[in-house]
Design a protein around this ligand. Sequence first.
Ligand SMILES: NC(=O)c1ccc[n+]([C@@H]2O[C@H](COP(=O)([O-])OP(=O)(O)OC[C@H]3O[C@@H](n4cnc5c(N)ncnc54)[C@H](O)[C@@H]3O)[C@@H](O)[C@H]2O)c1
Ligand SMILES: O=c1ccn([C@@H]2O[C@H](COP(=O)(O)OP(=O)(O)O[C@H]3O[C@H](CO)[C@@H](O)[C@H](O)[C@H]3O)[C@@H](O)[C@H]2O)c(=O)[nH]1
Length: 429
Amino acid sequence: MDICVIGAGYVGLTSAAVLADLGHSVSCLDTNREKIKSLTSGEVPIFEPGLEELIRRNRSRLTFDVPTHERIKSAPVILIAVGTPSSPTGQADLTYVSSVIDLIAESLTTYKTIITKSTVPPGTNDWIHQTLVQKGVDPKLFTIVSNPEFLREGTAIKDMVDADKIVVGKQKDDQQSLAIMEEIYQKINAPFIVTTLSGAEMIKYTSNAFLATKISFINEIARICDQYDVNVEDVVKGISTDPRISPHFLNAGIGYGGSCFPKDVRSLVHSSLKKNVKPTLLQAVQSVNQTQVDLYLDKLLTVLPDLSGKKITVLGIAFKPNTDDTRYSPAVALIQKLSALGCIVHSYDPQAHLPVPQKESVTQDRTVQESVEDADCVVIATEWDEFLNLNWQDLKKWMNGDLILDARNCLDPTVIRQHGLRYLGVAKS
Ligand SMILES: NC(=O)c1ccc[n+]([C@@H]2O[C@H](COP(=O)([O-])OP(=O)(O)OC[C@H]3O[C@@H](n4cnc5c(N)ncnc54)[C@H](O)[C@@H]3O)[C@@H](O)[C@H]2O)c1
Ligand SMILES: O=c1ccn([C@@H]2O[C@H](COP(=O)(O)OP(=O)(O)O[C@H]3O[C@H](CO)[C@@H](O)[C@H](O)[C@H]3O)[C@@H](O)[C@H]2O)c(=O)[nH]1
């Protein structure tokens, strides 16, 4: 099948590569000319494990281009995967989706299945339908399908190929698109969850909101555990044998970040308020998460009360391991706060780059050794394997001080102490 994927970001590029690998002929379009240039020359502009190889392997079925009417016209299936960032009010900014719809409206001459993979608020796909009709497009020429994506950065390909479900939201009178969706995903062994357009939109937001709730829940429990000298990991171990709870997404730490949870919870809160439903729980989830970085800073201040002039090394810049994405990264927020407190901040990440303008007090180094040299404290802000497997003996030698702040609850305090270092964590000692 010929598929046109619009947007070559984490989702668009992964979708394009996976769909090509499933045997489809895919053109992947992006307005970012630099991105298209590097993709055309064989380079992958983001770090996502396995993606470069998957694209290389399927190069004969993949083309990259800027959006054009011709490209849209030539594919019977259009898959929208552009960004839907947060606007200042928390509402999802649909500017990019809107400009794609404008382009599609100008290019619709033969029947198209228009699939929205971008995460959009409830009602958006109905709005897309109405917009196309208002722009004079014959409703017989297209069908809108909502097909939200559930991949995680760092494991994007596996998540898409081994999906636990394929959510398909369709219009009531739509008799055609389910068969098309089944053909697209024929080789993926996952159950189809078929619902309405808004039903699919809500499934996506509910999934992210629930996972974010689990994280804020355990982070709040960790705050209580910390006061009673209880190890939160023991608590998680104790509750997670119950299959109703499960052990997943209960890692306490510096909080959730990334391009999805913060913006999608905000957007759901906005959608809720718009309909006069008070999102009490979702607001609490946000409130816990927004104060996690300060919680760890306060913890640090209990041991180093005067941070001014201290060299603090933050290991990890990305919002989680195995990605170069720094959007809403708690590590970046921590770096900014430490810098504002007058610390000399050094940081290192195996893939990510500091998005903040390099101030004199913030340096990104090229190796762990360079970064921790003479540090008074080392903070683990992203649990990359490289940091879990550090040689603590060497680290102790390189540092000036002896303090390790485990902001991801990912280290073994006994091992840290065995090497003559001090371990600091929340609900872990
Ligand atoms: N990143 C994830 O893990 C993830 C997972 C599931 C769903 N989502 C959702 O998928 C969508 C895309 O997310 P992402 O992380 O891939 O975003 P991204 O920012 O990495 O990529 C978006 C791409 O769209 C391009 N673009 C913008 N306007 C365009 C236009 N008019 N025509 C063509 N290209 C255009 C941008 O240049 C950019 O390359 C969002 O709605 C997001 O919420 C993301
Ligand atoms: O127990 C946990 C699990 C995660 N996190 C943090 O939560 C954030 C998000 O992590 P993760 O969900 O692994 O990454 P994403 O790539 O943002 O994926 C989420 O967001 C995507 C975009 O919508 C969805 O498709 C995925 O299903 C959903 O997991 C990161 O900062 C993690 O460090 C924790 O603090 N504790």
